[in-house]
Write a protein that binds this ligand. Structure first.
Ligand code: KMH
Ligand code: ZN
Length: 287
């Protein structure tokens, strides 16, 4: 097993997502200025990686290439965060536009390991698409984060690594997303089952719980030696009856939890090492 015991915690912030309307949640960071300001504050609060969905001038989700490039550049200018672009986009984005996200040259990209029901919609990730995205990311020297919404996605991750070899950089980082209606429930037993099924090649994992699963999943992930993803993409309620005011308070709470569990937030430099971003010249074996 290559998985190493990592004393510090990678805190990922997913500030915006593609599902929430600005009109419903005005504090959602949807403009570039809002996103970058929020990113700066989240880094100061302990985040080391940002998972980014971009919005257009009307605050709607977009995969517009120029906006993606501008966003990567602006985040790099103002923060040291590892910049991860979502290739999941919204459930309405076509597969070719999702592949083209890599052209914006982020540090990292998400790769979801299978199709899943997503509320009333379908989040499409057919096997050939997953393989193509993986190979394009490796060719572009972009480090993937494998998104696991279901136990079947864990099996698909194993198949992917067996078929294609290791990603660029040699590390295998994945993220459990629990509690999407249609995916794994946001429960501790579901997370434990997912972690137990991970392929040996996985070097690190994080977890996030949707909505009310946010806190219990975070606590369980820390206890199991995993890392944390928090943010308004996944959760809009800070406490019973109290809306999230900004992503910063979610990161601050995650950092406090991590400190209490003796695994304080890692720096952005440590995150780059964890994710294989400083492993220059690591060539992945052929599949
Ligand atoms: N917005 C969801 C349909 C990802 O970013 O890669 C997909 C998603 C996963 O958020
Ligand atoms: Zn996302």
């Amino acid at each position: 097993m290559r998985r190493v015991s990592e004393p510090n915690t990678l805190v990922t912030v997913a500030p915006t997502g593609a599902e929430t309307a600005k009109a419903d949640v005005p504090q959602l960071p949807t403009t570039l200025a809002e996103l970058v300001d929020e990113a700066v504050a989240c880094e100061a609060a302990g985040a080391a990686l940002i998972h980014v969905h971009v919005r257009d001038a009307d605050h709607r989700p977009t995969l517009d290439p120029a906006r993606l490039r501008d966003t990567v550049a602006a985040l790099r200018e103002r923060t040291g965060l590892v910049v991860q672009l979502s290739t999941g986009g919204s459930v309405h984005d076509p597969l070719d536009a999702r592949l083209a996200v890599l052209d914006a040259a982020p540090d990292s990209c998400s790769i979801t390991c299978g199709t899943t029901n997503f509320g009333d919609d379908v989040f499409l990730n057919p096997w050939p698409f997953v393989v193509e995205l993986f190979e394009r990311a490796r060719d572009a020297h972009v480090v993937p984060e494998f998104e696991l919404f279901d136990l079947g996605h864990v099996a698909t991750l194993r198949r992917l690594l067996d078929t294609c070899g290791l990603p660029w950089g040699g590390a295998v980082h994945c993220d459990f997303v629990l509690g999407v209606p249609g995916g794994m429930p946001g429960t501790v037993p579901a997370l434990v089952a997912g972690v137990a099924a991970l392929p040996e090649a996985v070097t690190s994992w994080s977890a996030t719980g949707i909505g009310r699963a946010h806190l219990p999943v975070a606590a369980a992930a820390l206890a199991l030696g995993g890392h944390l993803r928090v943010g308004m993409e996944d959760n809009l309620v800070y406490a019973r009856g109290r809306a999230v005011r900004s992503n910063v308070e979610l990161v601050e709470r995650a950092a406090r939890l991590a400190v209490e569990l003796q695994r304080p937030p890692m720096t952005t430099a440590q995150a780059r090492t964890l994710l294989g971003l400083d492993a220059v010249g690591v060539e992945a074996p052929a599949g």
